[in-house]
Design a protein around this ligand. Structure first.
Ligand code: PAF
Length: 271
């Protein structure tokens, strides 16, 4: 496992490697990340994991400061998984070069988290674009828990004709249904239980929602979730996961997208 802290060293190291699978992370590694890394290992090429808590994608300074970090533990996990390269840039290293292609923000960036987290996706695409320019990976592996992020990165890659294929990986969940997320580390035991109730509730109600799609209103759901102990709900919305239109037909594949707060911790999921 090679730990690399500068883009020049990184580029020297991987110059002639054509089959890199890249997993961008902000650290605080959990089973979701581990499943991406294992998938990447099956692709046979080299695996490169980046860890960088990107300040530009946080719309709230406190959220950035409170974001769980544990580099020591992360490196133990990565070593155990036999990852080939770890890129650990600092702010200057990753932001102090000119990029030749502008980021492309698809209009879906204005929905869901785009409404409640101003500038978030611009920040995500800015850093991912930089990583892609430096690393030129064959694959980038992303989790569909962050469905909107993965969708927007895919659109950017296609629009800018970047030679990297996106591999979407399924959401990994705790036994109680809660999706693995670095932010879960900020939850109290009780909040973790409330998060589980939210997910189970949405799963159980999906059938009912499907029966009456055209009359879908989130008001009742929001009230029920608040009764469980949810502090605030940014959105609960339905989208067809392919067309990104509102589902109308009972047979459509749709997802319930949610962003909610447990005290100051904001969680997102799609079911
Ligand atoms: O999903 C994340 O952890 C981040 O948004 C990413 C893709 C590493 C960009 O900073």
């Amino acid at each position: 496992m090679k730990i690399i802290k500068s883009k020049h060293k990184l580029q020297n190291e991987i110059l002639n490697i054509k089959n890199i699978s890249f997993i961008p992370t902000m650290g605080g590694l959990h089973k979701g990340h581990i499943s991406l890394i294992k998938k990447s290992k099956n692709l046979k090429g080299k695996t490169l994991v980046s860890i960088f808590v990107n300040p530009k994608q946080f719309n709230n300074k406190n959220d950035f400061l409170k974001y769980p970090r544990n580099l020591k533990k992360d490196l133990i996990i990565l070593k155990r998984l036999n990852v080939d390269y770890i890129y650990l840039p600092n702010f200057k290293d990753i932001y102090s070069f000119r990029v030749k292609n502008k980021i492309f923000l698809d209009k879906f960036s204005k929905k869901l988290c785009g409404k409640s987290r101003k500038g978030h996706f611009k920040g995500v695409l800015n850093i991912v674009n930089r990583f892609l320019l430096l690393i030129k990976p064959k694959y980038i592996l992303l989790g569909v828990k962050d469905f909107q992020q993965s969708y927007l990165i895919t659109k950017h890659i296609l629009k800018r004709k970047i030679n990297t294929k996106v591999i979407n990986c399924k959401t990994i969940r705790e036994k109680n249904g809660v999706a693995y997320s670095t932010r879960n580390k900020n939850l109290t035991n009780n909040q973790f239980k409330v998060a589980s109730k939210v997910i189970k509730y949405l799963r159980n109600n999906k059938k009912l929602i499907r029966k009456d799609l055209t009359n879908f209103k989130s008001t009742r759901i929001k009230k029920d979730l608040k009764n469980f102990g949810v502090t605030k709900i940014d959105y609960i919305e339905l989208y067809n996961s392919k067309s990104l239109k509102r589902p109308k037909n009972k047979k459509e594949n749709f997802r319930i997208f949610i962003a909610f707060y447990l005290n100051k911790t904001r969680l997102i999921d799609n079911i």
